[in-house]
Design a binder for this molecule. Structure first.
Ligand SMILES: *Cc1c(COP(=O)(O)O)cnc(C)c1O
Length: 393
């Protein structure tokens, strides 16, 4: 047996054994509270990443933490072959919150898995296999979700397994959608705001036209709200702002306050899956369900969608007000905000981190801000000041 070297820092150990799949930042995070996280040296950062869009209710929200702790002592694991009280209540809440007659759910463990499930639902319920996605789309990195994702760098090494059933349309292009959607189309997959792809907003008129084209051709409209949903964009679901009701809606990221979860949600009128056609060992486990119930309750009680709308408008006007020569454009919806720079974003992210603010890239020249929806006005003000200074350097 190898003797562990107690002098090795966790950073050295991770560096030695990591898959290599990540661009690692030289920062070891050990705890979080509200919109702040702390490193192993005790330094505190404003977390404008929300741990990649997850911590909608902030880190260690007392209501979510208590629900996780309580359920951990009751029942952690139970597959969906059995009934469970927590799961039933999640279904009930999701059915009440989601638009239209969405009322069927498959619970899984990540965003990519929710996209896999959405594809299976679409193919099984339509009997078709042709799928349309959009340029710059990001829907995850597992094999099926990857076929929907645009970035050739992620997708092309695996194209041999993607048999040409997915076509990528120009985003916001009505004519392209009209030409591509036909009686063989199983589904059209979209994001209301492309997050990873550069913070691009869908035109509401284009979304409504897609809805109509899907209806006319018997195709399903799948809206990926993994990043945009649950209040992030200033409403429970971003599609509501365009008055578009999806056939299938996917959720992930913040749904369970940081406990891994994903959800495929679809219109009850489309029907159910047949037993055995899909499944997941951990899907709908009581721990994730209890965390999701608490998270949804906090989003509702603290009126976080309204808060995201208000703070997002303020943040965007502040960023525009910087009038900085290195900023090309500010785009966003609610607290999903992108600032397109004239140069590369990586050096700015690094300087921001040195100033105590963690943010994300979206492509090579967009700075993406995804703060927790509970962030205070003064923390947002501090973040804007740090952004100004980081652009000045
Ligand atoms: C994060 C994300 C995914 C993938 O979720 P994972 O949990 O990382 O698999 C899919 N779609 C969108 C829009 C996302 O932002």
């Amino acid at each position: 047996m190898k003797v562990p070297d107690l002098n090795q820092s966790s950073r050295q150990i991770e560096t030695a054994h990591t898959s290599g799949a990540y661009f690692k930042r030289p920062l070891t995070l050990v705890r979080g509270s509200g919109s702040r996280v702390q490193d192993d040296a005790g330094r505190s950062y404003i977390d404008a990443t929300s741990g990649q869009g997850v911590a909608l209710t902030g880190h260690a929200h007392p209501v979510v933490t208590a629900a996780i702790a309580r359920q951990a002592g009751e029942l952690v694991t139970s597959p969906e072959i059995f009934f469970n009280d927590q799961r039933a209540r999640v279904y009930e809440r999701l059915a009440a919150l989601t638009p239209g007659d969405i009322g069927k759910f498959f619970l899984c463990n990540s965003g990519a898995e929710a996209m896999e499930g959405a594809l299976k639902v679409a193919m099984l319920l339509t009997g078709r296999s042709k799928v349309l996605a959009t340029r710059n789309a990001f829907h995850g990195r597992t094999m099926g979700a990857l076929a929907l994702t645009w970035n050739p760098k992620y997708r092309q090494p695996f194209d041999a397994w993607h048999s040409g059933q997915v076509q990528h349309l120009a985003f916001n292009d009505q004519a392209a959608a009209h030409a591509a959607i036909d009686g063989e189309t199983a589904a059209v997959v979209i994001e209301v705001v492309q997050g990873e792809g550069g913070v691009h907003l869908a035109d509401p008129a284009w979304l409504r036209n897609l809805r109509q084209l899907c209806d006319d051709n018997g195709a399903l409209l799948i809206v990926d709200e993994i990043q945009t949903g649950l209040g992030r964009c200033g409403s429970w679901f971003a599609c509501e702002q365009a008055d578009v009701i999806p056939d299938v809606l996917t959720l992930g990221k913040g749904l369970a306050g940081g406990v891994p979860i994903g959800a495929v949600c679809w219109r009850a009128s489309l029907g159910s899956l047949s037993p055995g056609s899909h499944g997941s060992t951990f899907g709908g486990n009581p721990l994730a369900c209890a965390a999701a119930l608490a998270t949804l309750a906090v989003i509702e009680d603290e009126q976080l969608p309204e808060r995201a709308a208000r703070l997002g408008n303020w943040l965007m006007s502040e960023l525009e007000g910087l009038q900085h020569p290195s900023v090309r454009e500010v785009r966003g919806l609610g607290l999903l905000v992108g600032m397109q720079l004239r140069g590369r974003v990586t050096p700015v992210l690094k300087r921001l981190q040195d100033r105590g603010v963690l943010a994300l890239p979206a492509g090579f020249n967009v700075l993406r801000l995804l703060p927790p929806l509970i962030i205070s006005e003064s923390e947002l003000q501090d973040a804007v000041a740090a952004i100004r200074e980081s652009l000045d350097d």
